[in-house]
Design a protein around this ligand. Structure first.
Ligand SMILES: [Zn+2]
Length: 54
């Protein structure tokens, strides 16, 4: 599977867990851009949190 990547509205490329702010909720996790706190779609965030720079 190819690496997932996502470009935030602020222009930041989101590729790895550390690019995201992860918030745990009772219904699951929410993801935000670390730079601007814009919410990232959950399906994208769930993939990105499994990616780490090698
Ligand atoms: Zn952003």
């Amino acid at each position: 599977m190819a690496d997932a990547s996502y470009r935030c509205v602020c222009g930041a490329p989101l590729r790895f867990k550390q690019d995201l702010e992860v918030e745990s909720t009772t219904t699951g996790r929410r993801f935000r851009c670390r730079d601007c706190a814009t919410p990232v779609p959950g399906i994208v965030g769930e993939r990105l949190v499994h990616q780490h720079p090698s």
